[in-house]
Design a protein around this ligand. Structure first.
Ligand code: DAH
Length: 354
């Protein structure tokens, strides 16, 4: 390669070839490969040009070098320019593909929710603790003494037949109600006292309206000179707070061995308010029974090692399952216990009515 013109000719050819080749390159990766190929010091058409310098006469070496370097610079600038363009195009394509529509509604995910009995337990606990009651948790396995005898229900008492009991071989039993916590709490804390006990209770019952395990909330208030009106006010307050509206209620005379007088608390039917004689909830009576209660029998106060001449009080037992069904419109007691998740997620098949 002794002639400068020859070199210039060669450079022109290389430039034309490069321009042509670049037209066919459509990715930055392809460009990179091509660039590597052309600028390679050994085999690259541009990169290896300097290797011919050995045979160039001394006085021409400077011009040769300048031309080759100018070609290199030209090619590098061109490669950079095209590389920028291709990369920008690729970025745009990627952004387009990854574009997120932030206005699109999110896919639904199933979230858990509490069993209505648990919700009702929490709601009532909040209501009563705000009135100064403390939570006292008893035991589910009880002795005959706490479950019956101490609650003024001795061995031969006919009231024992009211509650069909599960006994263990050693004579202990599954508590049939939360009332035994009354005795345990009085023995532990004495008077004055305000406790509630939410918990599971067990009876040999199993049909559409009874489950062998169900839930109650016991309440006990012991103090000096507690009038009947305080019990009435406490219950009215609880009903208003729980149902979020003022419902009609009534006390109906009843019998429990551990209270005197004893009564049951009925509320106006949440479904028909007494206006539908075929109502599936109250069966036309217009009333729903939600709790048993009364003024604590002196024998029970005594069993709690408190002097009944000095202290008196009232107690109540609320049916939590019943309250859940009424508040959340659940028609069948068994739905509360069979763990059908879709039923709960769908809002219990009913509407939240209160
Ligand atoms: N223990 C009763 C039951 O299970 C409910 C009850 C009635 C509880 C009157 C009480 C009460 O504390 O005073 O049927």
């Amino acid at each position: 390669m002794a002639d400068l013109n020859e070199l210039k000719e060669q450079i022109k050819e290389i430039q034309n070839e490069v321009k042509k080749s670049l037209e066919g390159i459509d990715s930055s990766k392809g460009l990179y490969e091509y660039k590597k190929l052309m600028l390679d010091g050994k085999r690259g058409k541009i990169g290896s040009l300097m290797r011919g310098m050995g045979s160039v006469p001394k006085e021409l070496k400077g011009d040769y070098g300048k031309n080759i370097n100018a070609l290199k610079e030209w090619a590098t600038d061109l490669f950079d320019e095209i590389d920028n363009k291709l990369k920008q195009q690729e970025r745009n394509l990627r952004y387009e593909a990854e574009k997120i529509d932030v206005t699109e509604p999110a896919a639904k995910t199933a979230v858990g929710r509490l069993n209505p009995i648990t919700m009702v337990k929490y709601e009532l606990t909040d209501i009563f603790t705000a009135m100064g009651f403390e939570v006292y948790e008893g035991t589910e396995i009880e002795t005959d003494y706490y479950n019956f005898t101490a609650l003024n229900t001795p061995d031969d008492h006919p009231a024992r037949d009211m509650q069909d009991t599960f006994y263990f071989p050693d004579g202990t039993l599954l508590r049939t109600h939360t009332s035994p916590v009354q005795i345990r709490a009085m023995l532990e804390y004495g008077a004055p006292l305000r406790i509630i006990c939410p918990g599971k209770v067990y009876r040999r019952d199993n049909d559409t309206t009874h489950s062998p395990m169900f839930n109650q909330m016991e309440g006990l208030l012991v103090d000096k000179n507690v009038p009947f009106s305080v019990m009435k006010g406490t219950m009215a307050e609880m009903l208003n707070a729980f149902f979020g509206k003022s419902l009609k209620y009534r006390f109906r005379a009843s019998y429990f061995p551990f209270t005197e007088p004893s009564m049951e608390l009925d509320i106006e039917c949440v479904e028909c308010s007494g206006h539908n004689e075929h109502c599936r909830v109250c069966h036309g009576t217009g009333w729903l029974e939600v709790a048993g209660m009364g003024m604590v029998h002196p024998n029970v106060i005594r069993a709690g090692k408190i002097d009944p001449d000095e202290y008196n009080g009232f107690a109540f037992g609320i049916g939590l399952d019943r309250m859940s069904m009424l508040k959340y419109g659940i028609s069948d007691l068994r739905l509360l216990f069979d763990g059908n998740v879709s039923y709960f997620l769908s809002g219990f098949g009913g509407v939240e009515r209160c």
